[in-house]
Design a protein around this ligand. Structure first.
Ligand code: ADP
Ligand code: MG
Length: 561
């Protein structure tokens, strides 16, 4: 019996749509790109229920006439390329002719459009990708596309979407990214009728960047401008003191197309080298211009990734640009390393964590005796000590991190030190970026439960009135930002307990000696001693091992004794 049959047209289009429109934010992306390609200088994005209920994008671009309007939503129809040769030098953001068809396959779509030479516009309503109704409408020149009930017929897809909040955050970040790349376009974004962004067009990109990314990041930006052979690069690299735990604050534009490129991200991180901790990424905003022929944008259905004809040359140029930019500026951090090394206790004793470490000693019985008198530091990374039946190797950073984590946690959770609050004599005002502010506003109660009394002051300015004493002599704004960064990536459940644990892990990590720090004999000895007395001492708070024991038996076996 025959078992192979072609899929129906509707199933084919829905499968294809799934690749392009995986979530609401991608529909928004395609609509914004169409508006940009249409030459609009005003793009208004209206979202309802994080895009699942309704997405409307209104532009004042060139519009479509009635004939084009009846074509635009069919699969593989485009005005942007006509023959195969054009695929090698695509200047527009769209070219695949898939977006409108894909969106229409998974939602109900209304498109209104008017061209300048016509006194009125035309409106089409599409259901299951097919024309349902066409009427003429009075409207200004341009196009508005409304997408309703995305994924209504795809309950499975809908289930996989993250919470509405994070879907909205993706959309906010997307609009923000385009706004960074196109300062000459007026962008607005509203959600459930509340205006989130309103960015009038400007010829001064710097003002827009400062507004979107926040004063702090902007102040840390080192400008870059470099041209080498056919590549030209401009934008900003942030000083290493400003970092992010994911790449979501690296804005890369290639020929004004927003892209994510692992190779470029890694190259930039490598250029910062040891200026950054292993897990941190630099913040940057980079506009790269290349001849259209040397970059292939046709490698991904959503056009997010690109291929370069000469990848090595491009990465090397970016590396050079980053390295030169960083070298031009004095990046010395504000800590006095010398006093750190000369001090006797582990860690900087001036800090709260250092003081705790000095004062605390827990009763503990050692099962394996370690010879603390003869501790060696290997390559400024590991500590080596003899034990009764072999030797032990300790990762100095991981070990110290665990020690501090346990101690701070005891203080904070068990001894209820979290109720010891530090009240600022005068409330402090601080400013965040748009997306950080958005995350903070939605999580204010969690912070409040933890003693961080913060209120929104105006847009992305906040006032802080109190915080737990533990965080008082820290760079608490930086800590807050890192927490928000994490919230944004949705990697942690947002309960009060998890959040406070996470904060403590940050503190421990920041206060701990780093890989590469040279330690005095006394410091090295204290880390080993303290580690033995600490609970959960085999791994650091992130789960990496702190120590490896190698016993004599195994060594003997190696030597076939
Ligand atoms: P692509 O952008 O890859 O060409 P789309 O499916 O996104 O494919 O759009 C199909 C066509 O519809 C575009 O080539 C363009 O001619 C037209 N179009 C879509 N959106 C707009 C708009 N906002 N303004 C003017 N024309 C548009
Ligand atoms: Mg398009």
């Amino acid at each position: 019996m025959q078992k192979i049959f072609p899929l129906s047209e509707q199933i084919v289009s829905q499968i294809a749509a799934g690749e392009v429109i995986e979530r609401p934010v991608y529909a928004v992306k395609e609509l914004i790109e169409n508006a940009i390609d249409a030459g609009a200088d005003s793009i208004m994005v209206y979202i309802e229920e994080s895009g699942l209920k309704k997405i409307t994008v209104v532009d004042n671009g060139e519009g479509m006439n009635e004939e084009d309007l009846q074509e635009c939503f069919k699969p593989h129809t485009t005005s942007k390329i006509t023959d195969i040769d054009e695929l090698t030098h695509i200047k527009t953001l769209g070219f695949r002719g898939e977006a409108l068809a894909s969106i229409a396959a998974v939602s109900m779509v209304t498109i209104n459009s008017r061209v300048e030479v016509k006194p009125s516009g035309t409106s089409v309503i599409l259901k299951n990708g097919k024309l349902e109704k066409i009427v003429s409408v009075g409207m200004p020149v341009g196009t508005s596309v409304t997408v309703e009930h995305l994924f209504l017929s795809h309950p499975v897809r809908k289930k996989f979407l993250r919470s509405g909040r994070s879907e909205l955050r993706f959309i906010l970040n997307l609009v923000l990214s385009y706004a960074l790349s196109y300062p000459v376009i007026h962008f607005t974004l509203s959600h459930n009728k509340k205006i989130l962004l309103d960015l009038p067009k400007t010829t001064e990109p710097a003002t827009r960047i400062e507004k979107l990314l926040g004063k702090d990041i902007f102040a840390s930006f080192l400008p870059v401008a470099l041209t080498d052979s056919y590549i030209s690069l401009s934008g900003f690299f942030a000083k290493p003191s400003v970092t992010t735990s994911s790449v979501n604050k690296q804005f890369l534009f290639i020929n004004n197309r927003l892209v994510t490129d692992k190779g470029i991200s890694q190259t930039i991180k490598a250029a910062y080298g040891s200026l950054l901790p292993k897990t941190a990424y630099p913040v940057c905003l980079l506009y790269i211009s290349l001849p259209y022929e040397v970059v292939d944008v046709n490698v991904h259905p959503r056009k997010e990734f690109v291929h370069f004809v000469d990848q090595n040359f491009i990465l090397e140029t970016i590396r050079k640009a980053a390295a030169q930019t960083l070298a031009q500026y004095d990046l010395t951090p504000d800590i006095n390393l010398e006093s750190f090394f000369l001090s006797d206790a582990v860690g900087t004793t001036q800090t709260y964590a250092g003081r705790l470490l000095k004062e605390k000693s827990l009763p503990w019985k050692l099962s394996v005796q370690i010879d603390y008198q003869h501790v060696l530091q290997l390559h400024n990374l590991y500590l080596f000590a003899l034990s009764t039946n072999g030797f032990v190797l300790i990762d100095q950073h991981a070990a110290h991190e665990r020690i501090l984590f346990e101690q701070l946690q005891n203080e904070f959770l068990e001894e209820k030190k979290k109720y010891d609050l530090f009240h600022f004599p005068k409330p402090k005002i601080f400013e965040l970026s748009f997306s950080e502010a958005e995350v903070l506003v939605t999580n204010l109660t969690i912070f409040k439960d933890l003693g961080w009394e913060i209120e929104q002051f105006k847009d992305n300015s906040f006032v802080i009135r109190s915080l737990p004493v533990l965080f008082q002599d820290r760079d608490y704004i930086k800590l807050l930002r890192e927490m928000l960064d994490d919230f944004q990536n949705d990697t942690l459940p947002k309960t009060v307990d998890d959040t406070s644990k996470r904060m403590i892990a940050y503190l421990a990590c920041r206060a701990a000696v780093k890989a590469g720090d040279r330690l005095t004999k006394k410091q090295a000895k204290e880390i080993i001693e303290q580690l033995e007395k600490t609970a959960n001492n085999t791994t650091c708070p992130h789960g990496r091992p702190t120590k490896v024991m190698i016993n004599l038996e195994n060594i003997n076996r190696l030597f076939k004794r």
